[in-house]
Design a protein around this ligand. Structure first.
Ligand code: GLN
Ligand code: ZN
Length: 758
């Protein structure tokens, strides 16, 4: 039985790569020093894998920015707008693609989510003008180096079908006719790699989705035949992950590859079907250690799966691996020294997951390894811990009835009841946060470090809130916000106040490039201890006669941006969070806050990859939002916000959320998505963003006026709101102020001329 992982996180346990990249970008560190750090990290990670007893160490998993970009560079898939960078040094060219070239005003490649993970990749662009000449993929040098250092490398590449399926064709260019020449480039690389390794991992997660067109799927066998031929007798491992193979099982087992890797964390039920279909020439790698969470594997359960595969295949045809790359989990649990012991014993980060794989092999091979009993005892103790199961929380969740999921009346009636809010036509508002200035960050840090008393901190935050209200009054906005100066992060802020959550010190996970996130951990039953947002909102409201929106993060977003316990269904965890938010909503209403926004920024991205699973998810996710939001009177107005625009497919579900007002991102797409809203006969109010807050550019009055006029073609004036695309947290006041001034002016101009709009 061979053991391996699909990849190790690049970033380093202290985020060394982040630091090295950022000082290089600032011009403080030479290319050599960046490459030095990278090389040290790679060696350290190989050492970890070897020390754990894995049979292979992963190469090609490390990237200076993004592995999809690395393939794009190898293929020379560089859009023509980067032509001016062609003569630059290789590293400068690479980072221009990733981050854009500000001096030459060349925008970066687009970035988007890697399937349903929180990692973001750079979207390849296929241009009609054809590819430039490619450059050598760094995996080759890394593999040679690993080998020369005495490791047994397994190079890993994102496969050609996945790369192309995720690429975007520009203009008249077509993607799939390029397949053959792309596969030829892969074959050339494989040929060069083969002498330095025994096995090459080609990742095709696209096989676990519905993204591969039939015409492309038909070419799969011949293309993989070419790749296998290039291997020259060495093994090719076809790695699939993030789901079950489903309909693509046929393709995978007939690929001619020596090893097939399947994900048994996400594709739980697929083992039996795969075993039945696997040809005798193929070995199977079981992805049994979950690469997407932070929990220990359940050895007893996994042991059982391994035995099942073992009796069908024998040990020579069986591999044990991580379900996907460990990129999606933090690096090393032993760095954590503030976690409660009963939680820490349940956890495993990347370093620990490597060891789990070899422990599982020992358990199966020796049949009497103490690790099994130890693991069972730990998990049983965790399950028995008082935080894991709180009777009152369970009872309340079980008692949720359909009535709890519905507002008293339908939208039309609520609309009339909300008339007392006396808002003008085309009311202006913002999404919640205002610029998080250096001063605010300093205040928060000082408080965290203990250099500031709680009273001093509260006073400083109040000062910010007051300033924010004064600014909004001066700007002439209609519905105000408190500005969220007390929130470092919209999920962490609530997580810190809820029962069932805990926080790591170093649990960083790469989000993209040098950016990392440290997701909260939901380890136990979730409940609200006390009101969470009332002080700030009520203070803000006390300063103005204009309405101040209460600002909350929705249950689905809290769930999607956390590491979630794996001993309870996600839908059930979500219900618990929703009940906590529901209490907060009701307390806000009782305290006189009658406009309440519940952000569901992550609802779309949490969607599973196949239609059937997506339907199921949307049902419980939308219900969770309804549970959180529907405990208020008709006269209270519920807003929600989403910061993306690919709505078309889920619009019926957005309508099902039954919010009174929804604000959405749309300025960059020129209000295109409103067609879909009109076509669907969306009933409630809509605030399509007119100001792209992701750019430092200040939009003009005319631009925003034009967007509003365009919006009015799809949304009647009684139901249109005026707001930016998203929160202003990352902007400077120098940009936000004039942009909001222009936005308010644009709304006024359109209001004054409403009779001329048909
Ligand atoms: N209310 C949040 C803010 O303004 C919403 C952020 C988001 O949608 N990502 O910052
Ligand atoms: Zn947003």
């Amino acid at each position: 039985m061979q053991t391996h992982i699909l990849g190790f996180p690049s970033v380093g346990k202290y985020r060394e790569l982040k630091q090295a990249l950022e000082s290089h970008w600032k011009g403080e560190a030479s290319p050599e020093s960046l490459l030095n750090t990278a090389s040290e990290l790679k060696k350290r990670h190989w050492q970890i894998q070897k020390k754990a007893g894995l049979d292979y160490v992963s190469t090609g998993d490390f990237s200076l920015y993004d592995r999809m970009l690395d393939i794009s560079c190898m293929l020379g898939a560089i859009p023509p707008r980067f032509l001016p960078c062609h003569g630059d040094a290789p590293l400068d060219k690479y980072f221009s693609l990733a981050r854009g070239d500000i001096q030459r005003n060349i925008p970066a490649l687009e970035m988007t989510k890697w399937f349903d993970a929180n990692y973001h990749y750079l979207v390849p662009e296929i241009d009609a003008n054809g590819p430039w000449s490619g450059s050598e993929h760094p995996v080759l040098a890394d593999t040679k180096e690993a080998k020369s250092l005495g490791f047994s490398p397994k190079p890993a590449l994102i496969g050609p079908f996945t790369w192309l399926a995720l690429a975007k064709a520009q203009g008249s260019a077509l993607k799939w006719p390029r397949l053959q020449s792309i596969v030829a480039e892969y074959a050339a690389l494989i040929e060069k790699l083969a002498p330095h390794c025994d096995c090459i991992q080609i990742e095709e997660p696209v096989l676990c989705t519905e993204l591969l067109p039939d015409a492309a799927a038909r070419q799969f066998p011949s293309m993989y035949a070419a790749l296998n031929e290039a291997c020259g007798g060495k093994k090719l491992m076809l790695a699939t992950y993030f789901g079950a193979l489903g309909e693509k099982l046929e393709l995978a087992v007939n690929s001619g590859c020596a090893v097939l890797h399947i994900d048994l964390a996400r594709g739980k039920g697929q083992l039996e079907g795969v075993l039945a279909a696997l040809p005798a020439s193929m070995a199977l790698s079981l992805g049994i250690v979950d690469g997407r969470n932070i929990w220990k594997a359940d050895y007893a359960r996994q042991h059982h799966l391994i035995e099942q595969a073992l009796s069908a295949l024998g040990r020579d045809r069986l591999w044990l691996g991580s379900s996907c790359s460990l990129l999606h989990c933090p690096v090393d649990l032993s760095e954590e020294n503030a976690l409660p012991e009963h939680i820490k014993t349940r956890m495993a980060f990347a370093v620990q997951k490597c060891a789990e794989l070899t422990a599982l092999r020992r358990i199966v091979e020796t049949k009497s390894d103490p690790a099994l009993a130890e693991n069972t005892a730990v998990l049983q103790a965790a399950a028995a811990h008082a935080d894991s199961r709180i009777a009152a929380v369970r009872e309340r969740a079980a008692a949720v009835s359909p009535a709890d999921l519905s507002r008293e009346a339908a939208y039309a009636e609520r609309r009339a009841a909300q008339g007392w809010l006396n808002l003008p036509l085309l009311p202006t508002t913002t999404i919640g946060s205002f610029p998080q200035t250096a001063a605010i960050r300093k205040t928060r840090l000082a408080f965290k470090k203990g250099d500031m008393t709680e009273a001093e901190y509260e006073a400083a935050i109040r000062c910010e809130i007051r300033d924010c209200i004064e600014k909004q009054e001066a700007l002439g906005l209609d519905v105000l916000v408190h500005g969220e100066p007390e929130r470092n992060d919209m999920v962490e802020y609530f997580g810190q106040q809820l029962g069932g959550f805990c926080f790591t010190q170093n649990g960083w996970v790469q989000s993209y490039g040098s950016r990392c996130v440290k997701p909260p951990v939901i380890y136990g039953d979730v409940y609200r201890k006390a009101p969470m947002s009332l002080d700030a909102i009520l203070y803000a409201q006390s300063l103005t006669t204009k309405p101040v929106k209460g600002m909350l993060t929705g249950p689905v977003t809290i769930l999607c941006w956390s590491f979630v316990r794996d001993d309870l269904e996600r839908s059930e965890v979500c219900t618990q969070v929703a009940l906590a938010i529901r209490d907060e909503v009701q307390d806000l209403e009782k305290a006189g806050v009658h406009i309440i926004q519940i952000d569901e920024a992550a609802l779309r991205e949490g969607m599973p990859l196949t239609r059937a699973e997506a339907e199921n998810y949307l049902r419980w996710a939308v219900d969770a939002f309804r549970l959180a939001s529907s405990g208020v009177a008709n006269a209270t107005q519920i807003h929600t916000h989403m910061c993306y625009s690919e709505f078309n497919a889920i619009l019926p579900w957005i309508a099902e959320m039954d919010a009174d007002v929804i604000s959405i991102e749309s300025s960059r797409s020129g209000m295109e998505l409103l067609d879909a809203f009109a076509e669907f006969h969306y009933q409630a109010e809509v605030g399509p963003g007119v100001y792209d807050i992701h750019s430092p550019r200040v939009p003009t009055v005319e631009e925003m006026e034009a967007l509003l006029r365009k919006a009015l073609r799809h949304i009647p004036k009684e139901r249109l709101w005026v707001n930016p695309d998203c929160g202003l947290k990352t902007r400077q006041w120098e940009e936000a102020w004039p942009a909001l001034e222009n936005m308010v002016a644009a709304a006024r101009r359109v209001r004054e001329n409403l009779e001329y709009i048909d």
